[in-house]
Design a protein around this ligand. Structure first.
Ligand code: NAD
Length: 479
């Protein structure tokens, strides 16, 4: 078990300097497994943030001119350091966020893979030359958009920060990132790897504070040319409006309510083995979490029984303990929100097949919960649960199932299980989502775009698209 000294001292990182003390306000960071205070997080002052903006402008002016090989070497160097420091980073991540150690290790490894991938992409930013008569010339260039302001949430403290800074650094931008104040250490550790690998301190900076104060200040500055946000749709809409005042570019990775279509011709056991544990990864606090199970009527009872059987085997506990398969929720407001939504679903007529209540008397634990036959007018069927709840409902046939998949304004991830190749094509065409997994449970790969449509946001992180999202086009015509 980790001790409190496994949790590091906290600070902001402005111009490569660690800022703390000096009368700065602080905020407690809480361990969600036991409610203990892990550390005191210093907030940046308005002057710190002005300094960060000034540095970002300066950093961009230099970084945009660097050779791709230089940017690639910083990213591969940071990936190497992340792997070397993986155990320590995973431990602090579990302490501040609650997920299991295996999931935290996976997060750090994914962050390293992403930096490695982006390092390669630095050298694959091509332009285009158009056909013109002799003596004339037209070309399209891609140039970095400028300093980026990025805001990352608490559910993936390492990956979210790696995604926010990796694309800009590969593209030649500078970036100021605000990780979540609730989970600051892992994100700081990711950025420290970049700085230790040679990234200039003005190119990648970290500030903490009262979220809306930080975003309002950074987004009101004309130095910032792009907003990148991951979090709730509600906050995403507010920030998009702020960015619009200065017509800044945006990448918005917002909430979801992922449907999982289980057709009668599916490999049901494989679907159960993949999706039942998958729905409770990170206690369901995942934007692509499998949430609405849209199950074909004829196999519903078999699917429900197999699902409940697997969920009841999940061991809930402190993420640092061996054998734990699901940790606590990351904060009390998330747990209170889930309790309210479960009560509302029950009032509307849903059946609790397993779980349904909080567990233990310390930390923010909630039992993995399966609700069956939840009416569509229950809050849970329209609002993202963002907690350890799976909703199992029965439907008659493909048309009804696709209609249910597309019923909500969200469109982040969707999943489908079927053995019919023609149906796979129809689903790929008709399901409204930024990502679709067919006969599998993973929608996140470093070389593929990660992002949503409709209220789940716009733009992509990861993949070639993640770098191009930090660039703008410039057409140059000669003659
Ligand atoms: P929230 O919207 O208050 O906060 C989400 C994140 O955004 C936090 O890290 C917070 O620090 C940051 N944030 C909030 N207001 C901000 C502002 N004005 N400027 C800049 N950053 C700001 O929600 P929450 O209570 O932390 O989480 C609950 C909901 O958030 C969930 O229901 C889910 O929809 C959403 N969420 C989504 C993701 C995702 O990966 N898409 C991640 C975390 C939370």
């Amino acid at each position: 078990m980790a001790a409190s000294h496994d949790y590091p001292d906290l600070h902001c990182l402005v111009g490569g300097k660690a800022l703390s003390g000096g009368g700065r306000k602080t905020e407690e960071v809480i361990n969600p497994a036991n409610g203990e205070v892990l550390g005191e997080l210093p907030h940046s002052t308005a002057e710190d943030r002005e300094q960060a903006l000034h540095n970002a402008e300066k950093g961009f002016a230099e970084w945009r001119k660097t050779a791709p090989e230089k940017r690639a070497s910083v990213l591969t160097g940071a990936a190497k350091l992340l792997r070397e420091r993986a155990d320590a980073i995973a431990t602090m991540l579990v302490m501040e966020q609650g997920k299991t150690r295996a999931e935290a290790q996976g997060e750090v490894q994914y962050s390293a893979m992403l930096f490695d991938f982006y390092a390669g992409e630095c050298k694959r930013i091509y332009g285009r030359t158009m056909v013109r008569p002799e003596g004339k010339r037209s070309e399209v260039r891609y140039v970095p958009v400028g300093p980026v302001a990025a805001f990352a949430p608490w559910n993936f403290p390492a990956i979210n920060v790696a995604r926010k800074v990796g694309g800009p650094i590969a593209a030649g931008c500078s970036v100021i990132v605000k990780p979540s104040e609730e989970t600051p250490a892992a994100g700081l550790a990711v950025v420290q790897c970049l700085l230790d690998a040679g990234c200039p301190g003005d190119v990648c900076q970290v500030v903490f504070g009262v979220p809306h104060e930080v975003s309002e200040q950074l987004l009101s500055s004309s130095i910032i040319r792009k907003l990148s946000f991951t979090g709730s749709t509600e906050v995403g809409k507010q920030l998009t409006k702020l960015a619009a005042d200065d017509l800044k570019r945006t990448t918005m990775e917002l909430g979801g309510h992922a449907p999982i279509l289980i057709f009668a011709d599916a490999d049901v056991d494989k679907a159960l083995d993949t999706m039942a544990p998958g729905a409770f990864r990170n206690a369901g606090q995942v934007c692509v979490s499998p949430t609405r199970f849209v199950v074909e009527d004829s196999i519903f009872d078999r699917f429900r029984d197999g699902f409940v059987e697997r969920v009841e085997k999940l061991v809930v506990g402190n993420g640092l303990e061996d054998g734990t398969r699901m940790g606590p929720m990351a904060n009390e407001r998330g747990r209170a929100g889930i309790e309210k939504k479960i009560a509302n679903a029950k009032d509307k007529g849903a059946t609790v097949a397993t779980g349904g209540e909080r567990i233990g008397n310390q930390g923010f634990f909630h039992a993995p919960t399966v609700l069956v036959d939840t009416p569509l007018d229950a809050d849970m069927m329209t609002e993202e649960p963002f907690g350890p709840v799976a909703l199992l409902n029965r439907y008659a046939g493909e048309d009804a199932m696709i209609a249910e998949a597309n019923r909500l304004p969200y469109g982040l991830a969707a999943y489908a299980w079927t053995s019919d190749p023609a149906r796979r094509d129809r689903l790929a065409a008709e399901v409204e989502a930024g990502m679709l997994a067919i006969n599998g449970g993973n929608v996140s790969f470093v070389d593929a775009p990660f992002g949503g449509v409709k209220w789940s946001g716009h733009g992509s992180e990861d993949g070639h698209e993640g770098v191009m999202a930090c660039m703008v086009t410039k057409a140059v015509h000669e003659g």
